[in-house]
Design a protein around this ligand. Structure first.
Ligand code: AMP
Ligand code: ZN
Ligand code: FE
Ligand code: FE
Length: 296
């Protein structure tokens, strides 16, 4: 048993079904080359990446979890701008309500792109939707694709710079979009037989430990089942704090790189910015819990 925990997994990966640059087939190949023991494809507001992976077929040496990363609104007990990401694992991909909800979120992302480009044009950056669409064969065009186009046209020196100066919340080319309520995101994941998990808590910039504690308690009340403990940019202190909180509240722990391929060039699958290690037992805990209490 113990040896298994030396095996590495990655439960947060984006494919071409959202804003990753690798197809599900490429992701499976790459995960095998890296000798990862388990992966999950967690596209923004889409299960198409997970669907495609299962259609291609998962090699016997790799374990696979279906996944999604839902862009929810901040819950009323934790107000804020921008998205509040809820991961869903081991979801039924054909669930009607889930697919309908995801379609709405995909439309919201698509509908705001012209306005983002309009703002960039006004700021003096000549860049058109057609140009970017040519690069995005499948999946959903979003801000990372726009940032990548700005980089290629020499308007910025990195994708991060495009976000930091123009595209991030509060910056001049930022356009808000429709999001579902956080509680609805948690519910729909559960209804689809899945495990709802709070994504990358450190990104939320929570002011202090009491606020984090209160946030988790409130999220658990609305049905949250897990917390993403291992994530690039989570400090050792944060990791041990999240582990402790998971123990205190009986939350499942997950982790992953948030791999996006060339759209987040510093992040590697399986190892994040170099020191990420997500142990295999988290995958086992997740499927065991899912079998025990989530499937109907
Ligand atoms: P969208 O769905 O179009 O709003 O884009 C969301 C994506 O943008 C997520 O995958 C994030 O990884 C990426 N993103 C958001 N904020 C930043 C940032 N400040 N720097 C780099 N990438 C970001
Ligand atoms: Zn993304
Ligand atoms: Fe996220
Ligand atoms: Fe992500």
């Amino acid at each position: 048993m113990e040896y298994k925990n030396r095996l590495r997994i990655d439960l947060h990966i984006h494919s071409t079904a959202s804003d990753g640059s690798l197809t599900p087939a490429d992701i499976i190949d790459h995960a095998q080359k890296l000798k990862l023991a388990a992966i999950a494809i967690t596209d923004h507001d889409s299960v198409d990446g997970s669907k495609e992976a299962l259609q291609i077929g998962i090699p016997p040496s790799l374990h696979f979890l279906t996944g999604v990363e839902i862009s929810a609104a901040h819950p009323p007990f934790f107000p804020g701008s921008g998205s509040f990401h809820i991961l869903g694992y081991a979801i039924r991909l054909d669930h009607g309500d889930l697919n309908q909800t995801l379609n709405k979120l995909q439309d919201a992302r698509k509908n705001r792109n012209p306005e983002i480009l309009n703002r960039l044009n006004k700021l003096g950056f000549q860049i058109s939707l057609e140009e970017i669409n040519q690069e995005v064969a499948e999946g959903q065009l979003g801000r990372p694709h726009i940032a990548y186009a700005m980089l290629k046209k020499g308007f910025v020196e990195s994708i991060d710079e495009a976000f930091d100066r123009y595209l991030a919340a509060g910056k001049p080319a930022y356009v808000d979009k429709y999001r579902i309520e956080c509680e609805q995101a948690v519910n729909i994941i559960r209804e689809a037989g899945g495990v709802p998990v709070l994504a990358h808590p450190a990104i939320l910039n929570i002011e202090n430990d009491q606020k984090l504690d209160a946030l988790l308690q409130n999220l658990i009340k609305i049905g949250l089942a897990g917390i993403e403990v291992y994530y690039p940019g989570h400090s050792p202190r944060q990791i041990s704090q999240y582990r402790e909180l998971a123990g205190k509240y009986g939350l499942l722990m997950t982790g992953g790189s948030d791999f996006h391929g060339s759209l987040k060039p510093k992040i590697k699958m399986g190892s994040g910015s170099g020191d990420l290690f997500v142990p295999y037992n988290l995958y086992e805990d997740l499927i065991n819990e899912n079998k025990r209490s989530f499937r109907d």
